[in-house]
Design a protein around this ligand. Structure first.
Ligand SMILES: [Zn+2]
Length: 86
């Protein structure tokens, strides 16, 4: 089950550009049972909804609702999203 989407950092010549958008997203999924995860909640960047209770700390995480809104907004601006499998 997909809980939300996280935007990847843009990599330029092997360096991360923290200020630009990458438009590359990976699905946020439930942490498997028994997996080691950061004991921090993952919150939506836009609405602060809890996406999941563990594995948090991500910087550009969006819940499904906000991701849909972001996608529409970006498409309207002429950007397409690439979904990367994780
Ligand atoms: Zn949200």
């Amino acid at each position: 089950m997909i809980l939300g989407y996280q935007e990847e950092l843009l990599e330029v010549n092997g360096e991360y550009d923290y200020h630009s958008r990458s438009y590359h997203f990976t699905p946020i999924k439930e942490t498997p049972r028994g997996a080691i995860a950061t004991a921090a909640m993952m919150l939506c960047k836009e609405c602060r909804t809890v996406i999941k209770s563990m594995g948090g700390g991500g910087t550009r995480c969006y819940c499904l609702k906000c991701y849909d809104a972001l996608k529409l907004f970006d498409f309207a601006e002429g950007h397409t999203h690439t979904i990367l499998e994780n």
